[in-house]
Design a protein. Structure first.
Length: 450
């Protein structure tokens, strides 16, 4: 199950990242294409701007650039043909090169033509590109019937701009490759995307283990929990069924004569009832920790009275176990929470200390105020808890001896787990320390109410 969950986790992450990268990279390519197309159209417009009808020429007609004549000197402006022929007279043999400098983007190569008597005449002063004759003929034929404006001729690989003014038509062409930079960008981004997905796959594998580790631990605890609960319920059920079978085999006997089997059945039933109650208590505490609205009752609890009351009840238990009780309980120590739950936590710690101290040993109980906290310390001498078992003593159904000795010491291995859950539910901590020299110490810390 965990393996399938991990595969789904990685697959979902990879799919999410792939979709995000695809959307982002597509947006980048679209924006790049639009920018390139705008640059091409801008270059076409700029080329035809030299012959714009709103320039200095005659109304409704095209005029050449301003450098065609000097009005102040009385020189007449040059005609388009004279301006177009000027480069040859000056010794120029090719298209006028694009201007550079000033930190501006490089100009897009544009071929400009005037339509005169049905024929195309190149405008060399504003042309920065050339077109093969057959391509030019096809382009002119395709554009001839089209209205003024900008467009594209995909079959010829050209963008065009057409302007008509004063009965004269001008055409400008640019190669479609000028706006195809997005294709190279798309290939680059595709390579980057593949590398990014590969790197993210490795990262996802690592983080899937890290993210699912609590799930794996919870799953293992749940599996162990079910196995341990089943074991602890199986034993009393087996005894109850066996006792019932024995009683049923002798219906002629009186109840008094079969009291042994009835008492055994009652004992096992009480054990099952105790286990079920513990499980219900854990379920309530777990639900309260998940749902904050189910927090424990907020009442002021005198922990000093709780500890004194539990010590009084444990005196007979300690006497029977030949364990000495020593106490040092500060008065009027108050906390906020549930009195019944805190009483159960204190009782569990005292019962556990007496149970595992051993005959002739001592249990010391101290309640004091340290800074802003109420601190309860329960210490017992005797056999310590091993270093291997110490980190697990608050686990559910855990027994340090690894042997199910419920009949010897009682309990189901849930007492300390419930106490720890109660303390955490009250915003406190419960810790344990155990060494061969000093014995075992449980320390319960709760926020104090002044």
């Amino acid at each position: 199950m965990l393996k399938r969950l991990r595969v789904k986790f990685v697959a979902l992450n990879m799919a999410t990242v792939a979709v995000v990268l695809a959307v982002v990279f597509t947006a980048i390519c679209v924006l790049d294409y639009q920018q390139s197309l705008a640059q091409v159209n801008g270059a076409l417009e700029a080329t035809l701007a030299h012959t714009d009808p709103f320039g200095k020429g005659e109304p409704g007609g095209f005029s050449p650039p301003d450098d065609g004549g000097d009005p102040a000197a009385g020189e007449a402006p040059q005609s388009p043909k004279e301006a177009d022929a000027e480069p040859e007279a000056a010794g120029q043999t090719g298209p006028k090169p694009p201007r550079i400098g000033g930190g501006k983007e490089a100009a897009v190569p544009v071929a400009a033509y005037a339509v005169e008597n049905g024929a195309l005449v190149e405008l060399p002063t504003i042309t920065t590109a050339s077109i093969d004759d057959d391509v030019l003929s096809a382009a002119a034929a395709a554009v001839a019937e089209l209205p003024d404006g900008n467009g594209s001729l995909p079959s010829l690989g050209l963008y065009y701009a057409k302007r008509t003014a004063g009965g004269e038509t001008r055409l400008a062409f640019a190669d479609m490759s000028a706006a195809n930079g997005w294709m190279r960008l798309a290939l680059t981004l595709a390579g980057v995307g593949v590398l990014a997905l590969g790197a993210f796959f490795v990262i996802s594998l690592f983080f899937s283990r890290w993210a699912l580790r609590p799930v794996a631990e919870a799953w293992e605890r749940q599996r162990q929990f079910v196995a341990d609960a089943s074991h602890d319920l199986k034993t009393p059920l087996t005894v109850i069924l066996a006792n019932a079978a024995i009683v049923a085999e002798h219906p002629e006997r009186t109840v008094a004569s079969q009291r042994q089997w009835l008492e055994s059945t009652a004992h096992e039933a009480k054990s099952m009832q105790s286990l079920v109650n513990d499980l219900l208590e854990l379920a309530k505490i777990d639900e309260a920790q998940v749902n904050e609205t189910l927090a424990p009752p907020s009442e002021t609890v005198d922990v000093s009275d709780v500890v004194e009351s539990e010590l009084l009840q444990m005196e007979s238990v300690a006497f029977e176990a030949d364990v000495a009780l020593r106490e040092d309980v500060a008065a009027d120590v108050r906390v906020s929470g549930s009195a019944s739950q805190l009483q159960r936590a204190v009782k569990t710690l005292l019962d556990n200390a007496i149970k595992y101290a051993g005959a002739g040993e001592t249990v010391s109980v101290t309640l004091e105020v340290i800074k802003r906290d109420a601190v309860l310390t329960v210490h017992n001498t005797g056999a310590p808890i091993s270093a291997d078992d110490l980190p697990h003593i608050f686990d559910r159904f855990y027994r340090a001896d690894k042997v199910r000795n419920r009949d010897d010491v009682g309990g189901h291995g849930l007492g300390l787990a419930i106490a720890d859950a109660i303390v955490r539910d009250h915003g406190g901590t419960l810790t344990a320390a155990s060494t061969e020299d000093s014995g075992t110490t449980f320390t319960l810390t709760l926020p104090r109410v002044r």
